[in-house]
Ligand binder design. Structure first.
Ligand code: ASP
Length: 418
């Protein structure tokens, strides 16, 4: 019910923001603090969310050892699929370049320009390995926090039993921040109204509005095409690797895809995905481990979104797009995807991290806000599809391994008897 109301509030704020920005640009600029406040709140939650979400996601890999080959197959699949997604996105953006020619004021209207100083390699290393993690957090050096959380999680796993309460604590903390994000999302219409209005007011004052709309539309089409390619190569995995009937697989998983589209949440879709896995004869052991695990970590559509959006903003701002900075975007997008935790618009919150490490002002998010709700539905579908293909693939390899080892045992006994 609230979801429905929210949809209409968002539509109203898009309409009012657009009209306000176009017809009353000066007034809109005078209330730009409202949008800045919304961005501040996003940033406020992003940091602790990323830390606790990464610690809970990575430490859950601790169980992987127990699950042996199922765990190894799952992690390999997740890394492969998320990397592919980001690469597809980056390649498309590099070819089509939707951001080139769009007015930088669209982003700078809501931002402090001092964020835009480029980092050289040495200073980059010094920022990601700071002497004081609290000071780094205060300066919003997200990459440092991410690396610290990875090291912290690995240490938790290797300490074992006595670190369990700490892990539990971070799982609880993550759930609390997820709740806070859900609350914050109720403020989206207000933030959207002001941010969109400010951006449009700036563009209107400079008479470059049409150019901006065209670029935005191209960006959206390119991103949706990227998601389509991501779904397509995994479709090929179903057909050629798992040798399942692709048509039946699509039919059995369609309910889960629909739920993903409706709820915009991989986590909320999990129960339906489990039913789909059962229909496809994926073993319970595999489904019960792979699906919950993949739901929190295999967010390929989200990772692609983080990467293409950041590159898009860099193009608008006319920033350095060297291979070095794109590798940076590649790595942080994967991390941000993992931190997004499968909730509605989680990807939008963790995007702050990718933008920050690419030196793009976080207010750039304002450009995406009017479209994020709908784009979220498509990337959630892509995420859930990826989780189900992951489960089917892991199941295929696990069964094949079992058949092989039973065969080996049988021949061993036959030969020993002879
Ligand atoms: N809503 C997405 C999911 O649940 C996450 C995101 O991209 O915001 O998979």
């Amino acid at each position: 019910m609230m979801q429905n109301k929210m949809f209409w509030f968002i539509m109203a704020s898009i309409l009012l923001g657009t009209l306000g920005g176009y017809y009353f640009p000066t007034e809109m600029l005078s209330i730009s603090w409202m949008g800045k406040l919304f961005i501040n709140l996003l940033k406020l939650i992003a940091l602790p969310l990323i830390f606790s979400a990464l610690v809970s996601a990575i430490t859950s890999i601790g169980n992987v050892k127990r699950l042996g080959s199922i765990g190894i197959y799952t992690i390999s699949y997740v890394l492969l699929s998320v990397s592919f997604a980001v690469i597809i996105g980056l390649v498309l953006l590099n070819i089509i370049k939707p951001g080139v020619g769009m007015p930088p004021e669209l982003i700078l209207a809501n931002a402090a320009p001092e964020h835009l100083k480029p980092l050289d390699f040495g200073s980059f290393l010094l920022t990601i390995f700071p002497p004081n993690i609290i000071a780094a957090a205060a300066k919003f050096e997200i990459m440092a926090i991410v690396l610290f959380s990875i090291a912290f999680s690995i240490a938790c796993i290797s300490v074992g039993e006595t670190a369990k309460p700490v892990i539990q604590f971070f799982v609880g903390l993550r759930n609390i921040f997820v709740k806070m994000i859900i609350w914050l999302m109720y403020l989206t219409p207000v933030g959207l109204f002001s941010l969109l209005g400010t951006a449009i007011a700036e563009a209107a004052l400079q008479e470059r509005l049409m150019q901006s709309i065209k670029g935005m539309m191209i960006f959206i089409i390119v991103f949706l095409f990227g998601l389509f390619l991501q779904i397509l190569w995994q479709f090929a995995i179903i057909k050629f690797v798992t040798q399942k009937k692709a048509k039946e697989f699509t039919r059995d998983t369609s309910n889960a895809m629909l739920t993903a589209f409706i709820t915009s949440s991989s986590i909320a879709t999990l129960p339906v995905a489990l039913v789909a896995a059962k229909k496809q004869d994926i073993s319970d052991e595999v489904a019960r481990f792979v699906l919950p695990f993949a739901t929190t970590i295999n967010l390929a559509g989200t990772a692609m979104y983080e990467a293409v959006s950041t590159l898009f903003f860099c193009q608008i701002l006319g920033m350095d797009l060297s291979i070095f900075s794109q590798i940076g975007i590649f790595v942080t997008s994967i991390m941000a995807g993992m931190g997004a935790t499968g909730i509605p618009e989680g990807g939008l919150v963790t995007m702050v991290m990718v933008l920050r490490s690419a030196n793009v002002p976080t207010s750039a998010i304002a450009l995406l806000l009017p479209f994020d709700r709908i784009l979220d539905r498509f990337r959630t579908m892509t995420n859930v599809w990826g989780d189900l293909v992951c489960a089917a693939t892991v199941d295929h390899f696990t069964k094949r391994k079992e058949v092989k080892s039973t065969y080996k045992q049988k021949t061993f006994f036959r030969e020993s008897a002879a």
